[in-house]
Design a protein around this ligand. Structure first.
Ligand SMILES: [Zn+2]
Ligand SMILES: [Zn+2]
Length: 173
């Protein structure tokens, strides 16, 4: 999918600004080996304006996605709200913007596709270790029970094992 905007009126100085307020249904995103689905349409509230040798896109985007908790694996809704900024220029002028982090191309038909920029911003705003709750207790390493929902009776040896090793170390000193 692409979100194409015709910028010929900007480039020909007929328009000062293009304002875009719209909603889009996006396909799930692939991120870190996972499919992230959208729980609500993507809201786009941006404008495009002419700058020297290009077009500047700025504004904000927001949506709700579904993430998997990195501790208990449960899916949970996550709100994404982020600013967006991107410069578009013609292929032969890319060099002028080499100090910018990213620059995208204005297609020969005087069209810019803002979808790749939006996807990049969305991915950048996702947490690297998603948590359903900052206090999430995770899964029991023995029986796999979700410890947020039930407390199992397993003896978790993890800490004990480490203590044993410490004790051994101390004894041998
Ligand atoms: Zn969790
Ligand atoms: Zn357990």
């Amino acid at each position: 999918m692409s979100i194409n905007i015709n910028v010929s009126d900007l480039l020909s100085f007929e328009k000062e600004k293009i304002i875009l307020k719209d909603e889009y249904e996006l396909e799930p995103l692939s991120y870190a080996g996972e499919e992230i689905s959208f729980l609500s349409p993507l809201k786009v509230d941006i404008f495009l304006e002419r700058i020297r040798s290009g077009i500047l896109l700025s504004g904000k985007i927001s949506t709700n996605v579904e993430l998997s908790c990195s501790r208990c694996l449960k899916k949970f809704p996550f709100r994404v709200e982020t600013k967006i900024r991107e410069i578009f220029t013609f292929k032969e002028k890319m060099e002028l913007f080499k100090d910018e982090e990213t620059v995208k191309e204005i297609l020969p038909e005087k069209i810019v596709d803002i979808e790749p920029s939006i996807k990049e911003m969305l991915i950048l705003s996702l947490p690297t270790k998603p948590l359903c709750d900052p206090e999430c207790k995770g899964l029991c390493p023995v029986c796999g029970e979700n410890l947020n929902e039930h407390q199992c009776d397993c003896e978790t040896e993890f800490i004990d094992e480490r203590l044993k090793i410490l004790k051994k170390l101390k004894d041998s000193m």
